[in-house]
Structures are given as C-alpha cells and as structure tokens.
Design a protein around this ligand. Structure first.
Ligand code: GBH
Length: 491
C-alpha cells in the first residue's frame, strides 16, 4: 500500500525518489559571503514596491549558514533526494566566460553535496533558478543577448560539471524558462523587471523581449546539454534535462472555442519550450500568435535543441479553466478562471490568487505530457501555500490541513497515473522544504512543509513535512520484502 486512498496493489518503481525542493536565492541569504557576486535579484528585491512586504533576499532562511540544519530536516522527513540550485554568482562572481572562479563558492556547494551523499540523499541540481549574475545584465542585458549569454552560461555549466559531476548525477539546466522570460521581461514582476508598462519599468518592450529571452534560454540549455553529453556524460554517467512550469488547462465548458483555448494555453505555457526541445518544432499556435516576433532557430541550432533533454522536469501547481478571447499573449490570449460555469470553485483557494487545489488536473497533465513528449517524468516542484498562514501563530500554522490535503490529492493522482495510465514518473519533489523568500511575494506567502520563524530563523516541522514520509516513504519500506538485519543486536 502506498497511500490510504489507492488500492493496496498499487506500487511505484522501487527506485522512485521522494524529495523536497528549494532554490539558492530563496533560501541562502549571505549575499556578500564567500566572494559571491551580486545577482539580478539582490537589488531588484530592494526596489520599493517589488516585493509585497518590502523585504529582500539578504537573509532569506539563512541557509548559507544553516545548511546542516536543513539537511537534518531532510533526514527527519525520511526522504532520499533533494533538489536545490546553485547560485551562478557564488561560483563565478562576475558570471562571464573569462571571469575568475570562486573557490570559496565551489567549496560551499561541494561540501554540501558531500554531506547529502553521506546521508544517502541523492542531489538533483538546478544550474539556473533565476539569480543571474548582475554583471551579465549590466554588460549586455543578460538573456536579451543571445550570443553572449549562451557562451557565458555554457562555461558556467561546464565548471559545475567539472567540479561537481563526479557526485551529481541529475542535472537541471533551467528552472521554468516561461517565468524567466515572461515575468522578467514581459510582465516585469520578476528581476530584471523589464516591461512596456512605464509605471513598472523605465525600459523594456513586452511585445518582443520575452520571446527573445526565451530563445536565449532554450539555446543556452541546449548547448550546455551538448557540452555535458560530449565531454562529461561518458565518464560521469549522469543525466541532464530542463524543468518547465505548466499548469493543467481545462476548457471552461465544452464549446469548441474553449476547447481550443485550453490547447492554446498549453502551447504557450509549455509547448513554447517543450515542443522545440522534445519534438524539434514550435507549436503552430506560437507562430500564428507571434508571427516574426518569435525568433527562429538555424538548422544547426535546431539540431542542438531537438532531443536536448533526457527527461521531462515538471513543475506544476494548479489547473486553470480556460476561456477563449483573452488578450494576454503570455497565456496564449486565453482567459483563466477557477470559477466553474455553475458558479462553484475548482478547489481550495491558496494564499496566492493563482493557485487552487485540483488533484485531478495533476493526473491529466501527467498523461498529456507523457503522451506528447514520451519521456520519463520527474515532478521537480509541486506545492501549496495555505491561506493566511503568515498571520497564524506558529502552533496553529503547523497544522497545515489544506497543504496535507493537497499533497494527499496529488500523490494519489500520481500513483494512479503510474498504475492505471502507465505514465512513467520517477520522482516527486514537494515545493518546498521550508518557508522561504517567495520572490515578488516576499515572505508573506509560505510554501514550506517546515515553518520558519523569520525573527529567530528557527525551523518547526509542519504536519505536511511528515506526511510524505509517513504515507509514502515508510509505507513503501514496510511493503518492501524484508531486508537482512544488519545489526545483530536487533535479531
Ligand atoms: C515556482 O514557479 C518557482 O519555481 C518557485 O521558485 C516558487 O517559489 C514556486 O513556484 C511557488 O510560487 O500571476 O503573472 O505572477 C511556479 C510557476 C508561474 C506560478 C507564474 C505563479 C504566477 C503568474 N509560477 N505564476 S503571475
């Protein structure tokens, strides 16, 4: 039995990995320590109005200093893997291909990786989770300059493969290219905050820049994967791929226009990146919507892009009901709602407006991705922010029923997708190991299975932290055939 709500015969592959995920800028703090260079989030998070509570990432959860404690948490939750990201500007403070490497930065991550492995925890390492070295933005506008950024990113990736690849066997090149491009260069809500909206940003062009940034992200990913496969894979034996965000899109009703709208939503959120990377072409709708604003790849580039991911890294949080007729290109000119035609809500509302709990959608998305892209799936992020958790006293916040409910729903969906639908899912990482710097939401929105008291930095396990261990990891261990007893005293 793997979960209380699925038939007892249902199983997951014996090497299935349960874990938790985080990202460097959201947890590390210590932005000046160890020779770290600035990232684009350092200053951006300090501009008044950019975060909900006006707070920045200078301390975050202080994990640069408290990594041992975080590791103990992972162990206490009984999981066997951890997804985290490397801060590019800790490893190459100025970021560029001719800039010096920081041995202190390397050592920080190297020691952490050793400590994980010593506890039997498998690292999944994200190379880029949004903290671009500030210098690369100042020099040439970062992701807007394809020729420069591809070379700088590939050099950074190579340094990571060289220094950590003897121990890291699961690499994620980019976290959520859609967010990097649209939120950073279109809506301007994430660093570097560019947008056509002059109330928001002094410069930027939301009609062209997001698509240019996305193009550079795809190419940087693809050339880094080529470097890994040609220079490291044989010796190191790891795998590498990309992680895409994307929520399930359900037609608002059964009108043909809304059915089509749901597909358009998927084409723009997911297909923009996944179709080139897995299938070697753009979704027709991307071209139809953008015309020549969608940058094209040369033949040589296509040959590097197509097939450049060993697996599908899936980040997902919710389901949107889709209606035709929206005017927002960033979501495919599709309107999203959580309100069904009969006026009811899709599911439990989270603290953030964009998230409701709808586990059926998680299963539908797994099926859609597996049928379309035919790759093993790693769920690299999935989680829930309980409404007003920040306003509750700790003792109350620890009983995070809505989050437990959410995890129970999605993990049931996952197990059914594997057992009833034949989807090849190999890992599940809950977002997040602990409450942390939630980007534009500051510290108001809490996604952690561990409560962080930001005054003392003390960590407290929420009910959800133990849910995965109790309902899944330990269950599977109980169901597994008995292993020989190692300690003679126990016999
Ligand atoms: C993840 O993105 C991130 O990878 C992670 O760092 C973050 O902490 C986590 O989500 C929780 O938020 O209304 O225009 O602002 C999830 C994908 C896509 C979800 C954008 C929020 C809001 C769009 N995100 N979406 S907007």
């Amino acid at each position: 039995m793997v979960t209380p709500n699925t038939p007892s015969s249902y199983e997951l592959p014996s090497n299935f990995l349960w874990g938790f995920a985080t990202a460097s800028f959201q947890i590390e703090g210590s932005t000046d320590a160890g020779g770290r260079g600035k990232s684009i989030w350092d200053d951006f998070s300090k501009i008044p109005g950019k975060t909900l509570d006006g707070r920045d990432g200078d301390v975050a959860t202080d994990s640069y200093n408290r990594w041992q404690e975080d590791l103990d948490l992972l162990v206490s939750y009984g999981v066997k893997s951890y997804r985290f990201s490397l801060a590019w500007s800790r490893i190459i403070p100025l970021g560029g291909r001719d800039d010096p490497i920081s041995e202190e930065g390397i050592k920080f991550y190297s020691d952490f990786i050793d400590a994980l492995l010593a506890k039997g925890i498998t690292p999944f390492v994200t190379l880029y989770h949004w903290d671009l070295p500030q210098t690369l933005h100042d020099r040439y506008l970062g992701w807007l300059n394809k020729t420069e950024i591809v070379q700088d990113y590939v050099r950074y990736a190579r340094v990571c493969f060289e220094r950590f690849g003897d121990r890291v066997k699961h690499w994620l090149t980019m976290n959520e290219p859609w967010c990097i491009s649209i939120l950073g260069y279109g809506r301007g809500v994430f660093a570097p905050g560019r947008s056509s909206d002059r109330l928001r940003s002094p410069e930027g062009d939301s009609s062209t820049e997001p698509w240019i940034a996305g193009h550079s992200v795809i190419l940087s990913h693809a050339y880094a994967v080529r470097a890994y496969r040609e220079e490291f894979k044989q010796k190191q034996g790891g795998e590498i791929g990309v992680t895409l965000n994307g929520d399930w899109a359900m037609p608002y009703d059964d009108s043909p226009a809304n059915i089509e709208a749901a597909q358009h939503a998927l084409d723009v959120a997911i297909g923009w990146f996944a179709d080139p990377i897995y299938l070697g072409s753009y979704p027709a709708y991307m071209k139809e919507m953008l015309g020549d604003r969608l940058p094209s790849f040369t033949e040589e580039e296509w040959s590097v892009v197509k097939g450049s991911s060993d697996f599908y890294g899936m980040n997902t949080y919710t389901t949107n009901l889709c209606k035709a007729g929206g005017e927002d290109e960033f979501q495919g000119n599709v309107e999203y709602t959580f309100t069904r035609p009969d006026g009811t809500q899709l599911g439990t509302q989270a603290h953030c407006a964009w998230l409701q709990d709808y586990p059926e959608g998680f299963r539908d998305l797994l099926n859609y991705l597996y049928k379309r892209y035919r790759k093993p799936i790693y769920v690299t992020e999935n989680g829930f922010a309980v409404k007003d958790e920040d306003k509750k006293p700790v003792e109350e916040a620890l009983h995070d029923d809505d989050r437990v409910q959410y995890y129970r729903g999605v993990t049931d969906s996952l197990i059914k997708a594997v057992n009833e639908d034949g989807v090849d899912v190999r890992a599940y990482f809950a977002w997040s190991l602990l409450d942390n710097f939630e980007w534009a939401d500051g510290y108001v929105t809490r996604f952690g299975v561990t409560y962080v008291d930001y005054k003392t930095q003390k960590r407290y396990a929420k009910d959800s932290g133990n849910f995965i261990a109790k309902d899944h990891v330990q269950q599977e261990e109980k169901d597994a055939p008995p292993t020989p007893v190692k300690n003679a005293k126990e016999v």
